[in-house]
Design a protein around this ligand. Sequence first.
Ligand code: BGC
Length: 779
Amino acid sequence: MKRIAGTWCLSLVLMFVFQAQQPVQPVSANERAEALLAKMTLEEKVGQMAQVTLDVITKGESEYVSDEPLQIDMARVKKALIDYKIGSVLNTANNRARSTEKWHEIISQIQEVATKETRLKIPVIYGIDAIHGATYTAGATFFPQQIAQAATWNRALVKHGAEICAYETRASAIPWSFSPVLDLGRDPRFPRLWETFGEDVYLTSELGKQMVEGYEGKSGDVKNPQHVASTLKHFLGYQVPQSGKDRTPAFIPEIELRERHLPAFKAAIDAGAHSIMINSGLINGIPVHADQNILTKLLKEELGFKGVVVTDWKDIENLHDRDKVATTQKEAVKLAINAGIDMSMIPYNFRFCDYLIELVKEGEVPMSRIDDAVRRILTLKFDLGLFEKPVTNFKDYPEFGSKAFEQSAYQAASEAITLLKNNNNLLPFRKTARILVTGPNANTMRALNGGWSYSWQGEKADEFGEKYNTILEALQLKGGKQNITFIQGVAYNNGGKYWEEKDVDIDAAVKAAASVDYIVACVGENSYTEKPGDLHDLTLSANQLALVKALNKTGKPVILVLNEGRPRLISAIEKDVQAVVHLYLPGNLGGDAAADVLYGNVNPSGKLPYTYPMYANTLVTYDHKLSEEQNKMQGVYDYESDFAIQYPFGFGLSYTSFTYSDLQVSKASFTPDEKITVSVTVKNTGSREGKEVVQLFVSDLYASVTPDVKRLRGFEKITLKPGESQKVTFTLGARDIAFVGKDLHWIVEKGEYEVNIGTLKSKFSLTEAKTFREGAPQL
Ligand code: BGC
């Protein structure tokens, strides 16, 4: 007995020693969230699900307007954080950029209350739309907007831009960004097309993954204070309403939702993205914020999304006020939360909290739903390291606004610029060329940057971006002031609506043309986003068309420089201009990049991420059905028809030339479980070094769902010196060429496929069909 007792004592001691020597197992964010959740009251949980805008907690006459200089109102902060237990704040105040010092001051004060004066000391999560740089931070590095980044077709550039954006956002003490946009930009009328990576599913998926990785770091390491949590938006099918106007009804069949709109979100979720924002509009009559099938069944269950689902601005209130699916505000809260929303971007009041608490007490919203939401929000806060470090300090970010960061933004802008026409190799200019610079976009930082630049609509970019060069200033720097004449011809009315123009003096421009060699007409759009950017007519404005028509008549060669967020129709002037250079919205360094392309310091390598339409009634994407092009089809009808676009998806010229040869497919026929390799040799046959985007398209020739003409299935951007060749190889599996079948599963079918790279074509066949059983279709 003694012996047994002795042995027992010894084992106890040994166990103790052994345990003491064991490294302490780090507790995961999930476990910490779970432990904290267990301590929370209903009121505390609901508060975590609420987000208000900064104006609500600053000094000022109301929750809509703040006093300047901006100051936090401690009484309002306490009301929000202590009385209502609010867990999140977004946006800037008075719609205006602030310095990193100011951000530090504001966010420190908020976190001070959250982490010291609330019962559970849970830090606030601050979020902002840092979409092409730290949007609301003065001195931040502004990259080209997403559409221009897509035109680079350069994965590494997109990733690096996101890394810099994350760093500078954290330098502003903000750990959460409402970016990237993974909506497809398939409708050129939509006012947010420029916030997308363009019309293609694959390009968007590939670049979306890069952006998420750039923001969050590899494997989603958002605890690193140089990274931010990303937000995929706007789930799902946001940019394709019937009218082309923001937040109007869309009708999207499920086969289309799954085939085109879902893959980029799925890829980014699989890449570890931490949050997602919901489509503010309706699909098939149902507001997405109230659609349990999309938010819970599809997103949380089928895709297995574990992050935070946040509403868009005021969108729970919109279920009642705008969309009329809820008879009261309280019912709107019930619908949205039960559908699967985790956090409400309220953003101006606290009613959401009162209603949700009542709804839970009344049994209308189950506690399990609240716990699911709060668990996700707390996990995000733990993942971000906010409990350890609620505020990052600008002093720890010495690279903020550095020359090196500017150089990266410049690089992205110069690789985005797309040369669409260059008759007789008119471009590049010689240094001594005498040039008339004209047009409303010639001398403005606002139009170069677009929306979400220092303010929501981008109207403050001339003030905050003053140190950067407009197109005119950059041309003057590179070509010498003595060689550049500037007559604006048409100017935007910056105090008015984004489309308003003023000071139209076309005659002066025509007169000035007499004494120059070339005319650079900088046309396009002023900055805008969302609803204020809705459009009545896709055609370029009448004044700008009149300006270019008058200049075309002078006989001097006109170079059209397009600086616009969506492809405005230019068919009335395009045939008479000698060159077309597309800038998109290239950001603060876009003026320099444009001048370098025009003078030949940069060889353009951008390619269109969308189809540039020619006519208002032919707004088709490249991946359309063959029946759009009945004029080209043999034996269909014997009468006339036409199909015309201005420039195709993927198109862009260079100052050098590339030839493609030796297209090879590894085998003539494959089973769906084998891999296919497709290779091609590309040669620079011109006299300058250049970058080329090698694009692999595949056409399924016959399928049970009418196949698209072709689909992009791979791309690589390569650099070749004059005379240099490179073999580019793509590897495809059957899943990479699959489509969504009638039963809503991804499938491939037996039959022939055509491969197309450049002008070369080849074929292969699949020997059998296969269904990929992913998820559980049927929404
Ligand atoms: C936009 C979102 C944005 C949010 C917060 C909304 O109006 O639709 O894209 O993230 O505001 O600023």
